[in-house]
Design a protein around this ligand. Structure first.
Ligand code: PGA
Length: 243
């Protein structure tokens, strides 16, 4: 089943719970849908989504279980608030907060240990793609940040230059990178690597979703801007092949 995940980033106050309500009642059969609102909305969003096919997640966590980490949130706190998934290693956190592969690895291990589905993001910058280094960069990120077990792991390939820009790679470039990631996962995890879902992210919208989601080894989408309304995310979910 395709997996469509909204990443609200730093958007959303109580009024946005209306969008969660709209989504929760309308998730189509044959597609898994989740939304990751800011921390402040997780508990309320989870209540709204309770008993529906909409999952609620977080955008980040701290690798430690508890302790003197002012302003941080642990995996068990997320689970306690009603989150069932978490994004780690988003390029905005790698860039804004200096998150290294080592840190992302620790976060992924902590999230999986708490039973959270863990969406680990990788992707090259435009300069790296122009230098024909995209596959090498992604391989290095996977090597440095993948957890020891594939159970509960999801990978999101998000070219940095495609995020929030309205630009996407060609379908052939997406196909090639997803095949490359799949190959890496199978080498790393054996058969379990075949079952890891690989999402594409970066300027996915209702207009391009059907094309992107039909590409081999594109098992879903991580969606930023177009996920802020129920209508936007539902239109993307509706474009996903079911089954
Ligand atoms: P975008 O963001 O869909 O707005 O490009 C995707 C992401 O950063 O996850």
């Amino acid at each position: 089943m395709k997996y469509i995940v909204g990443n609200w980033k730093m958007h959303g106050t109580a009024a946005a719970l209306e969008e969660i309500r709209g989504l929760a009642g309308a998730v189509p059969d044959g597609v898994d849908v989740a939304v990751c609102p800011p921390f402040t909305l997780i508990e309320r969003a989870a209540r709204v989504a309770e008993g529906t096919r909409l999952a609620i997640g977080a955008q980040n966590l701290h690798a430690s279980e508890k302790g003197a980490h002012t302003g941080d949130i642990s995996a068990s706190m997320l689970a306690d608030a009603g989150a069932s998934l978490v994004i780690v290693g988003h390029s905005e956190r790698r860039a804004d907060c200096g998150e290294s592969d080592h840190i992302v690895h620790a976060k992924a291990e902590a999230a999986l240990a708490a039973g959270l589905t863990t969406i680990l993001c990788v992707g090259e910058t435009e300069a790296e793609r122009d230098a024909s280094r995209a596959e090498a960069v992604v391989a290095t990120q996977l090597a440095g940040s993948c957890p020891g077990s594939a159970d509960g792991l999801v990978i999101a390939y998000e070219p940095v230059w495609a995020i929030g820009t309205g630009r996407t790679p060609t379908p052939e470039d997406v196909r090639a990178m997803h095949a490359h990631v799949r190959h890496d996962l199978v080498l790393r995890y054996g058969d379990a690597g075949q079952a890891v879902r690989i999402l594409y992210g970066g300027s996915v919208n209702p207009g391009n979703a059907a094309t992107l989601l039909a590409i081999p080894d594109v098992d879903g989408a991580l969606v930023g801007g177009a996920s802020l309304t129920a209508a936007g995310l539902l239109a993307i979910a509706a474009a996903a092949p079911t089954g």
